[in-house]
Design a protein around this ligand. Sequence first.
Ligand SMILES: [Zn+2]
Length: 164
Amino acid sequence: MSFGPSALRGFQVSGTGGRVEYRLARNAVVREFRKGRLSRLEVCDAHPELLRAARNVGVPFAESCPICEETSVVHVTYVFGPRLPAHGRCVSSPQELARLCGRADEVACYVVEVCSGCAWNHLARMYPAGGRHRRAAGHAANGSAQIRGAISPARQHGRTRRLR
Ligand SMILES: [Zn+2]
């Protein structure tokens, strides 16, 4: 089974007018884990492909993993849209992200928080780009600003759906 849209909790390409932050949902999961209502197996279930992406192209995030508290989490961005792979394009560089966000086609970018140490993972945010969002995200199309935004600790997180 490959990592795909269905692997991201709350995944939706259409019908989302704008940016969606998942920090509250993410914090709720962490709270449940700390109370012992969720096991480590339940929250540290990143798909092998997601873990590989985290190790290879993850953008370091200055926050340690809320579960193992040993490893810093990274952010991995997947972009979905017309003429992109059905399972999304895993973004490998700020340049690639800028290119994807500058497309004439509207795309949806999903940022996932991942710990490559314990396999904790949670959706951080989703934001539309490309198409009519190109102008609004003009600074984003240049890459670095978007990446900075993508890794800001003030941003929010969401959890990816478990893969079985
Ligand atoms: Zn961890």
